[in-house]
Ligand binder design. Structure first.
Ligand SMILES: [Zn+2]
Length: 416
């Protein structure tokens, strides 16, 4: 494909043979415009060796849809380029090999395919009757969350509560999940609270998989989960921005919640790899040190978690995030973090190879996040350092009920 400014009054002097099906010195002008192309109009020409541009649609002066012509004698493998013209970031993991996701009606799972930033990508439609859907990352919709929570609710677990915080402007549910032993809910009980939120930025779907993994672990039969439920009250808002998620927004404004002790806001990062955390900095060295404990413990439990990417800051640009706002108004014993997870991949220190995340990989990070609280609260003396006999499982005595998604290798946790 070649494009160039129209030079009114002079024709190209190309003498090459036009290739059938390619655009041939095609001036793309606004609808209704007649006459010779003017300065500023683009002329597209693909009549050269290897050219394959079959059609150009004018959208606006600054946006064109380009269609690669069908391969000769094989219209089924027509390749189409999509330009996402107003992509929100210049830097992104698409440069590192991430690709958009696509599924089609006969193949509901997402296959792999390539390309990069602007955001333009080429795609081959190979089945006539399929409906194809494209996405930035694994989709996690409002409906998916509602189905997941509906199923949990039906199980009538006494340590699981689902409350409606409010209906949103568009009448969607803003759910608050509480996971803890029912004894902890008596008003006179003073308990440690872990507060976890996700999808304040609606486009960050990996956060939802992490959040689901987190909940799956906490409601499970794993002895660590039972101990955590006994000692800690987990408050979870799995989707802070249901309207934004439903509408397919990428970012939206932030809501704050009043809480105690531990606050983790789940996000997905569009330029960095691995899972990592942001924390706050404090003048108080002790508080700073205390705050760095949890990420270190998480690093020990999750091979995809990166301490190197983790940092504590007070950057002006991060003012207004949940972590910064709450860090400023909660008491000294509270810890506020943002947990970020890459939209694309993680690198482990052992292999050094970038592994693309899967839905299961994100959920595993959530489970590891949940189990890290047992290490933290043991260190903090809230949970007994020495596991009681009820915590130490007999080999093979339990299985993690995680809808068959549990990686068997990690059930060894706490068996040492
Ligand atoms: Zn975010």
């Amino acid at each position: 494909m070649a494009d160039k400014k129209a030079d009114s009054g002079s024709e190209s002097d190309s003498t090459e043979e036009p290739v059938v099906g390619n655009v041939n010195k095609f001036a793309v002008v606004p609808p209704g415009f007649t006459g010779r192309p003017k300065k500023g109009h683009l002329i597209f020409d693909a009549c050269f060796e290897c050219g394959n541009l079959g059609r150009v649609d004018y959208i606006t002066e600054f946006e064109y849809d380009l269609f690669i012509r069908p391969d000769t004698c094989n219209p089924r493998f027509r390749r189409v380029i999509f330009n996402i013209v107003n992509f929100s970031k210049t830097k992104s993991l698409y440069r590192e090999g991430m690709s958009p996701f696509v599924k089609s009606t006969s193949r509901p799972k997402c296959p792999d395919h390539r390309k990069n930033y602007v955001m333009s990508f080429a795609f081959v439609f190979d089945r006539d009757d399929d409906v194809y859907q494209f996405s930035y990352c694994y989709p996690y919709s409002y409906t998916r969350l509602q189905n997941y929570l509906d199923n949990l609710e039906k199980r009538n677990m006494d340590f699981f509560t689902r409350e409606l915080l409010c209906l949103t402007v568009q009448q969607r549910r803003l759910d608050l999940i509480t996971i803890t032993h029912p004894d902890n809910l008596y008003p006179e009980e003073t308990k440690r609270i872990v507060f976890l939120t996700a999808r304040v930025h609606p486009g960050e779907t990996p956060a939802s998989f992490v959040c689901q993994g987190f909940m799956d672990f906490l409601i499970g039969n794993h002895p660590v989960a039972k101990t955590l439920r006994e000692h800690i009250v987990f408050k979870i808002v799995p989707m802070l921005n249901p309207d934004g998620v439903y509408l397919g927004n990428y970012r939206c404004s932030l809501m704050g919640f009043d809480l105690n002790h531990f606050f983790i806001d789940l996000h997905a990062h569009s330029t960095l790899m691995n899972g990592f955390m942001y924390g706050n900095t404090f003048e108080d060295i002790d508080r700073y040190e205390r705050q760095s404990v949890f990420p270190k413990l998480l690093c020990g439990n999750a091979e995809d978690f990166s301490l190197a990417n983790t940092n504590f800051n007070r950057d002006a640009v991060k003012a207004g995030t949940g972590r910064r706002t709450l860090g400023g108004c909660l008491d000294d014993n509270s810890h506020c973090y943002t947990l970020e997870v890459s939209f694309y991949s993680y690198q482990t220190s052992s292999t050094g190879q970038a592994m693309p995340y899967t839905e299961e990989g994100y959920m595993k990070l959530g489970r590891n996040l949940a189990r890290t609280f047992i290490d933290y609260y043991k260190l903090a003396g809230v949970v007994s350092q020495k596991p009681s006999s009820s915590i130490v499982p007999k080999p093979g005595a339990y299985r993690i009920r995680d809808r068959n998604q549990q990686d068997r290798s990690e059930t060894a946790y706490d068996e040492k």
